[in-house]
Design a binder for this molecule. Structure first.
Ligand SMILES: [Zn+2]
Length: 208
């Protein structure tokens, strides 16, 4: 409406606020100010660096701060370093959009799972709304994952159709997270609404 082009920026209060990384005119990732920050991407579980291009937790070290330096500060933000050179000519690395928070990660059957992986699949179905809840339970000493998701206004009442959609979601989730969840389609408005940041994971397992 204003006729201006908007650029994405990454920042955090603990660093210098907004503009720790910024998009260039290519708008294909955000260039980090590598003269001011040492950037690492680690596996949030092991603390080890992930291979280049893979998603992990962003860890920052300030290089030019004098009064309050931060060394290997864990941001809890999940992103990846984009491979290759940027056509704009800048050589500073680029990070992808923030994909979520590492504190949202859970482990089931030895697999690390982020809610964003589940969300990525769910948003592809127009029959689904945006509210969902992942519940983890122990059943017969086994971990079980239940994904409840609200239907949207575009959904049908036809049971056979709904069952087809449910199976399709289950299969696609399994392909993405390598664990087969129980998928339940629920009526719009039946999942708890959270104020502020949505609670996506409820862990009711015996041994968390
Ligand atoms: Zn660039």
């Amino acid at each position: 409406m204003l006729g201006v082009k908007a650029y994405n920026s990454f920042g955090m209060t603990e660093m210098n606020g907004p503009g720790v990384a910024f998009e260039c005119q290519e708008q294909n990732g955000m260039h980090f100010w590598e003269d001011c920050y040492l950037v690492e991407i680690i596996d949030p579980e092991t603390g080890e660096p992930v291979p280049e291009g893979e998603i992990g937790e962003l860890v920052l070290t300030t290089l030019d701060r004098e009064m309050m330096p931060l060394i290997r500060y864990r941001t809890r933000d999940l992103t990846r370093i984009l491979p290759g050179k940027c056509p704009c000519g800048r050589t500073h690395i680029r990070i992808d959009r923030i994909k979520g928070r590492s504190d949202d990660m859970f482990i089931i059957k030895g697999v690390n799972i982020f809610p964003m992986q589940v969300e990525k699949i769910l948003v592809q179905f127009p029959e689904l709304g945006s509210n969902y809840l992942i519940t983890l339970e122990t059943v017969n000493n086994q971990d079980e994952m239940i994904v409840e998701v609200e239907l949207s206004d575009l959904s049908t009442d036809n049971y056979i159709e709904l069952e087809k959609i449910r199976k399709d979601i289950t299969r696609q989730l399994k392909d993405e997270i390598l664990v087969t969840p129980k998928v339940k389609l629920v009526k719009k408005g039946s999942l708890p609404q959270s104020e502020g940041k949505a609670v996506r994971v409820k862990d009711l397992r015996d041994n968390k």
